[in-house]
Design a protein around this ligand. Structure first.
Ligand code: ARG
Length: 390
């Protein structure tokens, strides 16, 4: 084993301290930063990593791949964890871990490291992905090993090691952001009885403060993937970011959840996912229009399973791959246009159309032109209800 490690580096306090800690243990540390839309000043963060003792910093823009292969797959699957979480953080972990593994191979490093805490889901997601993609790599989780348990201790360590950390007052919340949404925990949120303070939200304004005039968006889908916004062809990342902006201004996409972590703890977290919820609602409506009843209902069960798989870090697994094949098959006719009304925190689909629509007005109507043969209903009900009559 060589003493070369590639560390998944975010630029925050934990991973900056991890650089110095690993270097202190004799490792040559290479930092890997994946851009999944979290924002931030990469030049500054690069400097910080170097100040902490990194030999090299790699920055990779994964936004397009993340949107196409992870986010849109999850959208097509209709995955929501515990009814409220569209899985932004959970979806980003496997792609970051994949990038980390590829960098380790390029750099010929025998180890990889991450800055996840020992209590969360993310350590599981990172490590299971690494195990599946590169079982030979040694995984180091400094935060599970070192004996610093508070921010203050880490700041102390950073100062002793001349790491350029942010001295500006840090928000009391722990934030994780990417193009698909924002996860917020800690601070006042740790008491489930506390209403989330307004300053916890980062991407949306409160529905109460949103304009009282509705905004409309028209989303065009092709085989389950959004491809057009208001008639304009857009690549997935841009479309999602634009919807985040419009949705955020209209107070769309806040959820508040006491969730079951994989490792057995219940935690309270709030989420913001304006674009994601607009797309989720739109996609679902288009499925209502284009999928037959049996497929639609069966897929609902798959959506739940899919959300669990994503949440549990099982992205690169045989079951997930098999479900993808099923989901892609279900999306063949999910093409069309959906119009969404955004008003004070609510994104309601008000119109939908599709060349594959299974809606037949002449069957549904109570007006003139009705083609439904009522006489067959009688026989159907007789047979359907027979067991209960007997
Ligand atoms: N609870 C979410 C998950 O496990 C988000 C975790 C990261 N959240 C954060 N605020 N840092 O996917």
């Amino acid at each position: 084993m060589n003493k070369k490690v590639v560390l998944a580096y975010s630029g925050g306090l934990d991973t900056s301290v991890a650089v110095a800690w690993l270097a202190d243990k004799g490792y040559e540390v290479i930092c890997y930063m994946a851009d999944v839309g979290q924002g931030g000043d990469y030049a500054k963060l690069k400097k910080r990593a170097m100040s902490a003792g990194a030999k090299k910093v790699i920055v990779e823009d994964l936004k397009d791949e993340f949107a196409k292969d992870f986010v849109l797959m999850s959208l097509k699957a209709g995955a929501v964890y515990e009814s409220k979480y569209l899985l932004a953080t959970a979806l980003s972990r496997p792609i970051i871990a994949k990038g980390l593994v590829e960098s380790a191979k390029k750099e010929k490093a025998d180890s990889v490291a991450h800055g996840c805490t020992g209590k969360g889901n993310d350590q599981v997601r990172f490590e299971v992905t690494i195990m599946a993609l590169a079982p030979e790599l040694k995984i180091i989780a400094p935060l599970r090993e070192w004996h610093m348990y508070s921010r203050e201790e880490e700041i102390e360590y950073a100062k002793e090691n001349n790491i350029q950390i942010d001295t500006t007052k840090k928000s009391p919340y722990s934030l994780d952001k990417n193009i698909w949404g924002m996860s917020i925990e800690c601070g006042a949120l740790e008491d489930p009885w506390n209403e989330p303070p307004e300053d916890a939200y980062q991407m949306t304004i409160g529905p109460g403060k949103a304009p009282s005039k509705p905004a409309y968006v028209e989303i065009g889908f092709e085989k389950g993937a959004p491809v057009k916004l208001n008639g304009k062809k857009m690549k997935p990342v841009d479309l999602i970011l634009k919807l985040n902006e419009i949705g955020g201004k209209n107070g769309i996409g806040r959820t508040d959840l006491v969730e079951n972590r994989l490792i057995g703890i219940k935690s309270r977290e709030i989420y913001e996912a304006p674009g994601a919820w607009i797309l989720y609602n739109s996609h679902k409506e288009l499925e209502s229009l284009t999928l037959d009843r049996e497929l639609l209902h069966f897929k609902e069960g798959i959506s739940l399973k899919y959300a669990d798989l994503v949440y549990y870090g099982l992205w690169f697994t045989p079951l997930k791959k098999a479900l993808d094949a099923f989901i892609n098959e279900t999306q063949k006719n999910v093409t069309g246009v959906v119009k969404v009304k955004l008003l004070k925190g609510v994104a309601s689909v008000v119109s939908r159309k599709s060349p594959h629509s299974l809606y037949r007005k002449e069957m549904a109507t109570y007006d003139k032109g009705d083609k439904f043969d009522r006489s067959v209903a009688e026989g159907f009900i007789k047979v359907w209800g027979m067991p209960y009559k007997k």
